[in-house]
Write a protein that binds this ligand. Structure first.
Ligand SMILES: C[S@@+](CC[C@H](N)C(=O)[O-])C[C@H]1O[C@@H](n2cnc3c(N)ncnc32)[C@H](O)[C@@H]1O
Length: 248
């Protein structure tokens, strides 16, 4: 297991924000707005188990752990996971366990989680991993379990792909092909590949969920390359009729 997330200490993402506004507080504020919606939902429901899928350095895990009895924090980058472990321990939090794995390889139990949070993950994974990841989320969620997801959003009809990197002291962003994107998605230090999903493609990928909320946030993040969609959806139940599988 040797995956390394290419954006060490989130410096590329923060530089994008700083380039536009000179104030990285905005990133935290933007996140607060997105997460406030999910948290109000957690407060109103009796959820027990949460998966923080791709927990990174655990910055959200701390806050999220207040609303669940048990939290699983999964992260494939060993250094980031170590940071998350330390943060959780330093804050005296005892209801979090950790998994070091790519989510699609983790083999977590069926029907186990009330909620899966997938915050800013899908846009960085190989295009061939998107379907397996969503299938796994569906499998590990309890019946009527909830997926809370944010990802990068393309306003046009088609997905697009960018690489973001620092060169000559500046952050640069260049549009790339899906093939180049996939080449970078295994984790090339210093080059952050970003997949922007169109609404058509998200609808196709998320057929096994019933949307509860979808909101596009194109003005709270201060850079167009950070346009984001918040998606909250409930697991639909699979039904087989005459050999064909559909979701009800
Ligand atoms: C933009 S960071 C978001 C981290 C965290 N969710 C947050 O909001 O702070 C993306 C994270 O996804 C993780 N990641 C990438 N591919 C993954 C996969 N296949 N399964 C689980 N996590 C993955 C990366 O290692 C990285 O920590």
């Amino acid at each position: 297991m040797s995956y390394q997330y290419p954006d060490k200490a989130d410096l590329i993402t923060l530089s994008l924000v700083l380039m536009k506004n000179g104030n990285d507080e905005l990133l935290r504020k933007a996140e607060d707005i997105l997460l406030a919606r999910a948290i109000s939902m957690f407060r109103q429901n009796r959820y027990t188990t949460l998966l923080d899928l791709g927990c990174g350095n655990g910055r959200l895990t701390i806050e999220l752990s207040k609303y669940f009895q048990w939290v699983t924090a999964l992260e494939p980058d060993g250094e980031r996971l170590a940071e998350a472990r330390k943060k959780i321990a330093d804050n005296g939090i005892e209801n979090v366990s950790f998994v070091h794995s790519l989510f699609q390889d983790a083999g977590l139990p069926d029907d186990y989680f009330d909620v899966v949070i997938c915050n800013q993950i899908l846009q960085h994974v190989n295009t061939r991993a998107v379907e397996p990841i969503i299938r796994e989320v569906h499998r590990v969620l309890k019946s009527r379990g909830v997926l809370v997801m944010t990802t990068s959003f393309a306003k046009g009809d088609e997905d697009c792909y960018w690489k973001v990197f620092a060169a000559e002291g500046k952050v640069q962003a260049v549009e790339i092909t899906p093939q180049e994107f996939d080449g970078l998605a295994s984790g090339d230090p210093g080059i952050l590949p970003v997949h922007f999903f169109s609404s058509v493609s998200l609808e196709m990928h998320l057929q096994s969920f019933r949307p509860i909320e979808q909101s596009i946030h194109d003005n709270i993040y201060p850079h167009p390359l950070l346009d984001t969609i918040l998606y909250i959806g409930e697991k639909r139940v699979k039904q087989s009729l005459g050999g064909a599988t559909s979701f009800i």
